[in-house]
Design a protein around this ligand. Structure first.
Ligand SMILES: [Mg+2]
Length: 261
């Protein structure tokens, strides 16, 4: 079922062995309202048409996500944009889900770690997270993603966490260590897309974000595979469900049976 374990070029944050609950969440399109790397490619790189052609080639299995994604980012570098400039453009233009700040604050106050698991690059995620306007809460969030290498001439490239994986970052590696624990925390996972499929089936309670355009690759995958999940539109809705489970008012089975936030 799963691919061989890819070697990681980047460290992992600690596995939270002693917590009762852990939140793992995708970044692009889940915490953010729009994909930050698509946005950069469309505005600073080779544009939307070529980017969409690249997306299609991945969906059709002609290329790996890793190679198409690297090419998208290379087009931004080829146009002369520094990584600092990219971070600034993202910080100004990428919006966060309106409920995420309160969701994150509540988790922090209730000793529930929040871990971002992303196919993007950690430094650009940190830049956008600064928009939470709560430095302490933003810094408390772990990020498991790829990194970036910046060269003396100002050029830069993505440094993949799992260069041997066709995904560049195999997200299931962030969640599987929890499954080996003697008494694992209950895992909430939030996602929206193709890159979340490998991790989705290992969550105890899976939340799938419903996008405004109606497209939902992760929901389609879960329906096909019979993976129970909860559809949500905003983190403010999801918070109520998380609270009902954390308080013991509802069981995971009960909230999954309802299927929406
Ligand atoms: Mg996503």
């Amino acid at each position: 079922m799963s691919d061989p374990i890819p070697e990681s070029t980047l460290p992992y944050p600690p596995v939270y062995k002693d917590k009762r609950f852990v939140v793992l969440t995708d970044w692009d399109g889940t915490i953010t309202t729009q994909d930050s790397n698509d946005y950069m490619t469309d505005t600073l790189g080779y544009g939307k048409d070529k980017r969409r052609a690249g997306n299609l080639s991945v969906l059709e299995g002609r290329r790996t996500f890793r190679d198409a994604f690297r090419e998208m980012l290379e087009s931004i570098v080829a146009n002369g944009h520094s990584f600092e400039e990219c971070k600034e453009v993202l910080r100004k233009n990428i919006k966060l889900d309106s409920g995420f700040k309160d969701f994150n604050s509540w988790c922090k106050a209730n000793d529930i770690p929040v871990v971002i698991v992303s196919s993007g690059m950690a430094p650009s995620i940190r830049a956008v997270l600064s928009n939470l306007d709560d430095e302490e809460a933003a810094n408390a969030i772990d990020i498991i993603a790829n990194d970036v290498e910046i060269h003396p001439d100002g050029k830069w490239n993505i440094k993949f966490r799992h260069p041997s994986s066709g995904y560049g970052h195999d997200k299931s590696r962030a969640i599987l260590p929890y499954k080996d624990l003697e008494s694992p925390p209950l895992l909430f996972f939030f996602g929206d897309g193709v890159s979340d499929m490998s991790a989705a089936r290992h969550a105890d309670i899976l939340f799938v974000k419903q996008k405004d355009d109606g497209e939902n690759d992760l929901a389609a995958y879960c329906n096909r595979e019979g993976i129970k999940h909860i559809i949500f539109h905003h983190f403010s809705e999801a918070l109520g469900v998380v609270q009902s489970v954390v308080s013991g008012e509802k069981t995971p089975e009960e909230v999954l049976a309802i299927g929406k936030a």
